[in-house]
Design a binder for this molecule. Structure first.
Ligand SMILES: NC(=O)C1=CN([C@@H]2O[C@H](COP(=O)(O)OP(=O)(O)OC[C@H]3O[C@@H](n4cnc5c(N)ncnc54)[C@H](O)[C@@H]3O)[C@@H](O)[C@H]2O)C=CC1
Ligand SMILES: O=C([O-])CC(=O)C(=O)O
Length: 263
C-alpha cells in the first residue's frame, strides 16, 4: 500500500481526497499539497521542487491541464508515479510525447484512472476481442457548462429540455472542454483510440448531476454503462466519484483500472 501521497491542486477534488483520507484514518499519508501562493492546504508547497523534496511515492494531479504541463514531466523524470485527473491533456500529441519521454527517462509511471466513469475494464478487454464503435455521451445540467465554449453554441438559459452542443472525437472534446471531457480520453485510450471514439456533450434539464453514458459494440458483443454520479458539492462540472477513483488508484499502488493498459 502506498504510504506517501502528494497532491497537485486543492479544489473540489483535492479537498474530497483529503477528507476521504481523514475518514480512513490515513491523513498522515498526505505529505505535500502543491497549491498556489496563499492557498491554505495540508502540508502546502508551492513548486515542483518542494513537492519532490517531500518524497511522495505517488502524486495525484487534480488541478487542470496547465498544472499537468507545468509539473508532471519533472515529477515523472524524478521517478515519482503520477495519477492524472486531467487525462484530457493527452489529446495534445506533443504533450503526450513529452510525458512518455519523462516516464522513460525517470521511471515514474503515468497512471490514468477511470475518474468520473466506470467500465474501463470492459473496454480494455473488448479492445482485444474487437470493438467497432465507442460513443460517450455526457449529460450535465446547464450551469455545469457555464464558462465553456458551449455558451457560444447554445443559450444555456433556454428552457429546451436537452441541447446537444458538441459532437466529435474524444480528442476534439478534451481539447475544447478541458474541465468537462477528460474521461473522453480515458475511454478512448482504453478502447479504440481517442480519434475513433465519438463524444456527444449535452446540456440537459433532465439531470441535476453528471450522467455519463458509454456505449460500445463490436466482435465482443455490446455494452452500455450509465453512470449517474452526483456532482461534487464544490464544483458542478465535476462528479464526486472522481476523487475516490484517484485516491484508490494511489492507495492500491496503481493497481486499478487504468486507461493506459491498453495503449
Ligand atoms: N478524469 C475525470 O473524471 C475528471 C477530471 N477532472 C479534472 O480535474 C481538474 C480539477 O477539478 P476540480 O477539483 O473539480 O476543480 P477546481 O476548480 O475545484 O479545483 C482546481 C484547483 O486547482 C488549483 N490549481 C489550478 N492550477 C494550479 C497550479 N498550477 N498549481 C496549483 N494549483 C492549481 C486551482 O486554484 C483550484 O483550487 C479539472 O480541471 C479537470 O481537469 C475533473 C472532473 C472529472
Ligand atoms: O466529472 C465528470 O462528470 C467528467 C468530467 O468533468 C471530465 O471528464 O472532465
Amino acid at each position: 500500500m502506498t504510504e506517501r501521497i502528494g497532491l497537485i491542486g486543492y479544489g473540489a477534488i483535492g479537498e474530497e481526497i483529503a477528507a476521504a483520507l481523514d475518514r480512513l484514518g490515513e491523513r498522515d499519508k498526505l505529505v505535500a499539497t502543491l497549491v498556489r501562493p496563499r492557498r491554505a492546504a495540508p502540508n502546502a508547497v508551492h513548486d515542483a521542487a518542494a513537492l519532490i523534496a517531500a518524497r511522495p511515492d505517488v502524486v495525484i494531479e487534480c488541478a487542470g491541464h496547465q498544472a499537468v504541463r507545468d509539473y508532471v514531466p519533472d515529477l515523472l523524470a524524478a521517478g515519482i508515479d503520477c495519477i492524472l485527473s486531467s487525462v484530457g491533456v493527452l489529446a495534445d500529441a506533443a504533450m503526450a510525447a513529452r510525458l512518455d519521454q519523462a516516464e522513460r527517462a525517470g521511471g515514474g509511471r503515468l497512471l490514468l484512472p477511470a475518474g468520473a466513469i466506470a467500465g474501463l475494464d470492459g473496454l480494455v478487454a473488448a479492445a482485444l476481442a474487437g470493438i467497432d464503435t465507442v460513443t460517450y455521451t455526457s449529460y450535465k445540467p446547464p450551469h455545469a457548462w457555464a464558462g465553456t465554449p458551449a455558451e457560444q453554441s447554445i443559450d444555456l438559459d433556454s428552457p429546451i429540455a436537452e441541447q446537444v452542443f458538441f459532437e466529435g472525437s474524444a480528442r476534439e472534446a478534451a481539447a475544447a472542454y478541458p474541465k468537462n471531457a477528460n474521461v473522453s480520453v480515458a475511454i478512448g485510450l482504453a478502447g479504440i483510440g481517442i480519434d475513433r471514439t465519438r463524444v456527444r456533450l449535452v446540456s440537459s434539464r433532465k439531470v441535476d448531476d453528471p450522467l455519463g453514458v458509454i456505449e460500445a459494440a463490436g466482435a465482443f458483443g455490446r455494452f452500455r454503462f450509465d453512470i449517474l454520479a452526483l456532482a461534487s458539492p464544490a464544483n458542478p462540472k465535476t462528479s464526486a466519484l472522481t476523487g475516490y477513483s484517484l485516491l484508490q488508484c494511489a492507495r492500491l499502488g496503481g493497481a486499478w483500472p487504468i486507461a493506459k493498459l491498453a495503449r
